[in-house]
Every structure is written in C-alpha cells, then in structure tokens.
Design a protein around this ligand. Structure first.
Ligand SMILES: NC(=O)c1ccc[n+]([C@@H]2O[C@H](COP(=O)([O-])OP(=O)(O)OC[C@H]3O[C@@H](n4cnc5c(N)ncnc54)[C@H](OP(=O)(O)O)[C@@H]3O)[C@@H](O)[C@H]2O)c1
Length: 227
C-alpha cells in the first residue's frame, strides 16, 4: 500500500468472469456495458489524476473521459478541473502524435522511466516527469497535488504497482463474459509483493444492470479519502 507521502491509488478495471481484461486474441478490450461506464466515470470523478499504460493508449487511441453532466457539475462545484489529469506511463515514450488521445480535452502528463526530462515536455504533453522508482514518482505526484489517482491499466502497469504493494484499492467490474486466453488482469508472470497478497477488505459490492457486478476492495490501513 502506498506510503503516507504518496497519493492514494485505486486500480479500476473491467474484467471477465475468468479474470481476463482483454480477449484471447488481444487488442482493445471493450468488456463493460453502460453501467460499468458510469462506475468508471465515478472513479474518474473521484480522481485528481489517472495513470494509464502506454500500450493501452496505443491500442485504444484515447483514454476515458467523464461525460456524465452530474459528475462534471460536481467537480466544477468543487473547483476541480473537468477531467482528471491523464498521466501516460512509458519507458519508450512511443506515443504517436496521431493518437486521438492528443486531441482529447485533457491535461496530459508523461511519466517516463529511464528518461531525463528536458526544459520543455514532449509535444502533446503539458508536463514530463521522470520515473526513477515508483516511490519517487508517486511522491513527486503527491507534491504536485495529485492525492487521488485512478489506475486505468493495463495489466503491465497494474503488475508494476502490485509488485511494490502500491495499490490501495481494487475496483473491478466483473462482466458476464468468459474470455479464456492469456490476458489476465495481472500477467501470468506477475510478482505480487508478499504484503499485498492477502488482507483485502470488501468495501463495496453493487449489482449493476447488464448482469455486471461492481466489487471494490481496500487494504486495511490504506490512507486517505474514500468517497
Ligand atoms: N478491461 C479493462 O478495464 C482494461 C483496461 C486497460 C487496458 N485493458 C487492455 O489491456 C491491454 C493492454 O495492457 P498491457 O498490459 O498490454 O499494457 P499496459 O499496461 O497498458 O502498457 C504497458 C506499457 O506501459 C508502460 N509501462 C508499464 N509499466 C511501466 C513501468 N513500470 N515503467 C515504465 N513504463 C511502464 C510501457 O510503455 P512503453 O512500451 O511505451 O515503454 C509498457 O510497455 C489491452 O488489450 C487493453 O485493451 C483493459
């Protein structure tokens, strides 16, 4: 779980009954229905920023936005930006300028491993931050005012955070699909930090229209703000 100087991290995914986040053949997953879309938007409305793996962006082309007028109005009335900051996570920095992501109405930050940010961020980004280690990067984000972070996947990004016990909450929408194949929401070779292997407390379960089930688990002692 994230240390005190870190933001609170909530992993938000739609998964199949057999725990996959993408179809066996891979590619952009569209697992959830309209109800999942709304709980995803609720998580985005909770968040100051959203972390998304570069491969998810390359495959989907864009990231999720809040569209619900009620959620947009709630953020506006709290003096928050309409959308959480979208933080792309990458080593390579390979995010083609033609991706629709770069035309979405968002603040875009790039969190990049093995990179020394220069004085100006790469084209399309408002900020370029180094990812030397996750504790360093998350501490940096907290110092920049990002206290609540939705982690939007994919599996590699989820695994990197689980390996260091940095996820405070898991919000999974279980969707009535059986997908098979290799694309579990944690990769088969994922190494989960020993402290993160047990002790998750179920803090929410909600049947959603369309035979979907929202489940939210939280680690005891996870800091921060839960609404
Ligand atoms: N069902 C859902 O809710 C859901 C949500 C999201 C995604 N998905 C699915 O998941 C699949 C994509 O997931 P994925 O696991 O292949 O990829 P991913 O986690 O989205 O992205 C992997 C890439 O992110 C960067 N990255 C991840 N961890 C990093 C770290 N610790 N340090 C530096 N960079 C890091 C690297 O980018 P570079 O390659 O640029 O170096 C890496 O190749 C797609 O099929 C997508 O549809 C499903």
């Amino acid at each position: 779980m994230s240390p005190a100087a870190s933001p609170e991290l909530r992993l938000v995914l739609a998964v199949s009954l057999d725990g996959r986040l993408a179809p066996a053949e891979g590619g952009a997953a569209q697992l959830g229905g309209a109800a999942d879309r709304l709980v995803l938007e609720e998580a985005l409305a909770w968040a100051d920023a959203a972390l998304v793996g570069a491969e998810t962006l390359r495959r989907h082309g864009s990231t999720c936005l809040i569209h619900s007028p009620a959620l947009l109005e709630a953020r506006r009335s709290e003096g928050r930006g309409a959308q959480p900051i979208a933080i792309a996570v990458s080593r390579s920095g390979r995010l083609p300028a033609a991706l629709p992501f770069f035309r979405q109405p968002l603040d875009r930050w790039l969190l990049q491993a093995a990179a020394v940010p220069g004085p100006t961020p790469p084209q399309g980004f408002d900020r370029h931050l180094p990812l030397e280690s996750w504790p360093q990067a998350l501490g940096n984000l907290a110092a920049l005012g990002q206290r609540r972070i939705a982690v939007l996947g994919g599996a590699q990004l989820a695994a990197a955070l689980a390996a260091e016990d940095l996820l405070d909450e898991l919000q999974l929408t279980v969707c009535p699909r059986l997908l098979g194949g290799p694309h579990g929401w944690l990769p088969a070779n994922a190494r989960v930090a020993p402290a993160a292997r047990a002790g998750w407390r179920l803090v929410e379960h909600r049947a959603l229209p369309g035979d979907e089930l929202l489940l939210r688990w939280r680690r005891p002692g996870a800091q921060g703000v839960t609404s």
